[in-house]
Each structure stands twice: as structure tokens, then as C-alpha cells.
Design a protein around this ligand. Sequence first.
Ligand SMILES: [Zn+2]
Length: 76
Amino acid sequence: MKTMTCKQLGGVCEKEFHANTFEEMAELSKKHAMEMFQIGDEAHLKAMNEMQELMKSPESIKAWFANKRKEFDAMT
Ligand SMILES: [Zn+2]
């Protein structure tokens, strides 16, 4: 089980996610972002906007995910 925070995954808070695979981790982070979106948390909305900007370029988002996956894999 590895731990990453919302902040480490492009978010803004210190909430921790625990997962065995990077896919699982990304899913937890996405779910958290959705919850924050629903309550209208401004800091998270801003972070999500930035992420959406990144998604406009498939190259950028691919690089971003590859980078995060590397971070995840490097953890023990
Ligand atoms: Zn968060």
C-alpha cells in the first residue's frame, strides 16, 4: 500500500490516498476532486481548471501522468 496526498497528485490539500496501484491512486484522487467540486471548494476548483488546461494537450497530460507514475513507483 502506498500513500500520496491530494497535493502530490495535482491537488491542493493534504488529504492522503492509499492504494496498491497507480491506477487505483488516480481513481481515488479523481473521486476526491469530484467531491470537492460538488461542495464548490474554490482551491480545488482552481486546481481542476489548471488540470483541464493541461488536458488540452495530450502530450502534456501524458507527461504529467508518466511523471506521477514514476513518483508512485519510486515509493517503497
Ligand atoms: Zn484535496
